[in-house]
Ligand binder design. Structure first.
Ligand code: C2E
Ligand code: CA
Ligand code: CA
Length: 552
C-alpha cells in the first residue's frame, strides 16, 4: 500500500469566513463556563431558599432569583448545544480538507502520490530513518518505449497500462513504501531498509522487472512494457540535511535509471559515483560543443575513395573532426551523438558541408565528395532545400555530391525518406546506403528505396581475409548488389590481403587505411597538387560548366 499523504495542520478555517475555529471553540466554551458560573451563583441562592422552605418550612423564597436560575439553565443548555454543533462542524470541515489534501497530493489516474508531494514525504522518510535507524533507498522507475506503445495502442490502453503498473508496484513494494508517479511513465518508490540488507534491494528490483514485464490485457489488447530501474541508497558518509539528502537520492536514482535505459532497458542499475562524473563531463561537452561551433573548431577531414579495379582515386568522404581546446582532436563517434541529442546536428553538419564544398571546388572536377547525414536531419522537411542552397552558395555541381545515409534511417517513416531521396536525386545528387549490414535493412526496404550505391560496413571488411563468415556475408551482399544493379563500396580496407580478397569477389569501390588516414583540407590539397589533381590542373574538357563559370 502507498503511504497516504498526512493531513496538514488545520489552519484554513479563517479562509472559510468568521473567527478561526479555535477562537470560535473558545467563545462557545466561554459561554458555557459563564453560564455554569452564573448557574452556581444564582443557583446557590435559590437552592438555599428551596432547602429552607422544605426542611425548615421557612418562606423566604426569592422569585427573581428563581427566574434567573431557570433562565440560566436554558442558557446553559443552549450554549452546550451550540458548542457541540460547532465541534461537529469543525470535524466535518477537517474531514473535507483532509480529502482535498489527499486529492491534491494524489495522482488522479493511478492513485499513487504525485510529484508535488514527493519532496516533503521523502524528507519525512529520511528523518524517520535517522530517528529509528535504517536507510532510505529510492528507486526511479521509467517504462521503456512507453510513448511508442501509447502512440500505437492509443491513450486509453496507455492509461490502463499505467494503472496496472501502479498496482504491480504497490503489490511488490514494502507496505510502508512511498510510491509516486512523477508524470508520464515515470514512477519513484522509496522505503526504509535495514542497514545490513545484502542483496535485498537487488532481489526486489529483479522481482519488479519481472512483474512489470508481464503482459497487460485491456479490452482484448495485450501490451507488454518493460521498465528501467535506477537504485540509489544513502551515501555512506555525508553531511547533508534531510531535505538535501532526499533531493540527492532522487537525483542519483534518476542517473542510475538513465544508465539502465542506455544499457537497453528492462533492467536495474545501482548508482555509482562515476555516473555523476560522466554527467558533469557530458554537460561540459555540450557547452564546449555549442561554443566550438561558434568558434569554428569543427573541420572536415577527407578519406580517399578508390576504384579497386583500376586503383584510381575517385573522390573523398568527408569525416568531421573536432579540434577541442580542452580535449584535443575528438572523433565524430563521440560528438555526433551529443550534437544529435542537443539539437545541434543540423547547424554543425551544414557548416561542415559548406566548408567541404568550398574545399572540393578546388579539386579535379572528376572527384566526388561524399558527406554523412544523420537520421535526425532527414526528419527535417526542409532538408533537400537546405542542401541545394549550400550547393548554390558554393557553386558546386550536384552531380559531384554523394550523400551517405545510414541503414538506421530506414527505421524512420519510409515514405518520407523515399520522397526525400527522390527529390535529391532529381537534382542530380547521388544517395548511398551507408553501414550496410549493421542495421537489419530488409531486401524489401532496399527495393523500395532507389539508392545509387551500397556501402558495406567496415566490420565485415576489415577481417575479410581471416573470417570465413564475413567472406560469406560480403559475397551475399555483392550478389545482392549485382541483382539490384547497385554498385558497392567496401569500407575499412586495411591490408593488401583484404584488397586481394575483395578483388576476387567482384568490382568494388573501396576506402580504408590501406590508402591512408583521413587528412585535413590542406593536406588533401597538397596530395592532390602532387598528383596534379587540382581543378587548375584538370583538362578543361572535363570541367563541368558551373566550375568553369565560377573561374570565368
Ligand atoms: P563512417 O561513415 O562509417 O565512416 C568511416 C569511419 O571509418 C571513419 O571514422 C573512418 O576514419 C574509419 N575508417 C576508415 N577507414 C578505416 C579502416 O581501414 N579501418 C578502420 N578501423 N576504420 C576506418 P570516423 O571518422 O571516426 O567516423 C565515424 C563515423 O562518424 C562515420 O562512420 C560516420 O557515421 C560519422 N560521421 C563522421 N562525420 C560525420 C558528419 O559530418 N555527419 C554525420 N552525421 N556523421 C558523421
Ligand atoms: Ca560514411
Ligand atoms: Ca561505416
Amino acid at each position: 500500500m502507498a503511504i497516504r499523504p498526512t493531513t496538514q495542520q488545520d489552519d484554513s478555517d479563517a479562509a472559510h469566513g468568521g473567527a478561526p475555529a479555535p477562537a470560535r471553540d473558545f467563545l462557545a466554551l466561554g459561554v458555557v463556563i459563564v453560564s455554569v458560573a452564573m448557574f452556581v451563583a444564582a443557583g446557590s441562592g435559590v437552592l438555599t431558599g428551596v432547602v429552607r422552605k422544605y426542611l425548615f418550612d421557612e418562606a423566604n423564597g426569592d422569585a427573581v432569583l428563581a427566574n434567573a436560575l431557570i433562565l440560566n439553565i436554558a442558557l446553559l443548555i443552549l450554549s452546550w448545544r451550540r458548542h457541540a454543533a460547532l465541534n461537529r462542524e469543525i470535524a466535518e470541515r477537517r474531514k473535507a480538507e483532509q480529502a482535498a489534501h489527499v486529492l491534491a497530493h494524489t495522482d488522479a489516474l493511478t492513485g499513487c502520490l504525485n510529484r508535488r508531494s514527493i519532496d516533503g514525504l521523502m524528507r519525512g522518510l529520511v528523518e524517520r530513518a535517522e530517528r529509528h535507524g535504517g536507510e532510505v533507498v529510492a528507486l526511479m522507475i521509467d517504462l521503456d518505449k512507453f510513448k511508442r506503445s501509447n502512440d500505437f495502442h492509443g491513450h486509453q490502453v496507455g492509461d490502463a497500462v499505467l494503472i496496472e503498473i501502479a498496482r504491480r508496484l504497490r503489490a511488490a513494494m514494502p507496505a510502508e513504501a512511498l510510491i509516486a508517479r512523477l508524470g508520464g511513465d515515470e514512477f519513484i518508490c522509496a522505503a526504509i531498509f535495514a542497514q545490513h540488507r545484502a542483496g535485498m534491494v537487488e532481489a526486489l528490483c529483479t522481482r519488479l522487472n519481472e512483474a512489470l514485464a508481464e503482459p497487460i490485457e485491456h479490452n482484448g489488447t495485450r501490451v507488454t512494457v518493460t521498465a528501467s530501474i535506477g537504485i540509489a541508497d544513502e551515501p555512506p558518509v555525508h553531511d547533508m540535511q534531510p531535505a538535501q539528502l532526499a533531493a540527492d537520492l532522487l537525483h542519483r536514482a534518476d542517473l542510475a535509471m538513465y544508465r539502465a535505459k542506455k544499457a537497453g532497458g528492462n533492467r536495474f542499475c545501482r548508482y555509482e559515483e562515476a555516473m555523476a562524473k560522466e554527467l558533469r563531463f557530458r554537460r561540459e561537452l555540450e557547452n564546449d560543443l555549442r561554443e566550438g561551433l561558434d568558434r569554428g573548431e569543427f573541420v572536415p577531414y577527407y578519406e580517399k575513395q578508390m576504384d579497386l579495379e583500376t586503383g584510381v582515386l575517385t573522390g573523398f568522404e568527408m569525416l568531421a573532426r573536432w579540434h577541442s581546446p580542452r580535449f584535443g582532436l575528438i572523433s565524430p563517434e563521440h560528438f555526433i551523438p551529443v550534437a544529435e541529442e542537443v539539437g545541434l546536428i543540423a547547424p554543425l553538419s551544414e557548416a561542415l558541408i559548406a566548408q567541404a564544398l568550398i574545399d572540393a571546388r578546388d579539386w579535379d572536377p572528376r572527384l566526388t565528395l561524399s558527406v554523412n547525414i544523420s537520421p535526425v536531419q532527414l526528419r527535417d522537411p526542409q532538408f533537400a532545400q537546405k542542401i541545394l542552397k549550400l550547393l548554390v552558395a558554393a557553386n558546386f555541381p550536384p552531380s559531384r555530391l554523394d550523400i551517405e545515409i545510414t541503414e538506421v534511417c530506414l527505421h524512420e517513416n519510409i515514405e518520407v525518406v523515399r520522397s526525400l531521396i527522390t527529390s535529391l536525386q532529381n537534382q542530380g545528387i547521388r544517395i548511398s546506403l551507408d553501414d550496410f549490414g549493421t542495421g537489419y535493412a530488409s531486401i524489401a526496404q532496399l527495393r523500395a528505396l532507389p539508392f545509387d550505391r551500397i556501402k558495406i560496413d567496415r566490420s565485415f571488411i576489415s577481417t575479410l581475409a581471416s573470417s570465413t563468415d564475413n567472406t560469406a556475408i560480403v559475397e551475399a551482399i555483392t550478389s545482392l548488389g549485382r541483382g539490384m544493379a547497385m554498385p558497392i563500396t567496401a569500407e575499412g580496407i586495411e591490408s593488401s590481403e583484404v584488397l586481394e580478397s575483395l578483388r576476387k569477389l567482384g568490382k568494388f569501390k573501396g576506402q580504408g587505411y590501406l590508402y591512408g588516414q583521413p587528412a585535413s583540407a590542406s593536406e588533401t590539397r597538397r596530395l592532390l597538387r602532387e598528383q596534379q589533381l587540382l581543378a587548375v590542373n584538370a583538362p578543361p574538357a572535363n570541367a563541368p560548366a558551373p566550375i568553369a563559370a565560377a573561374r570565368a
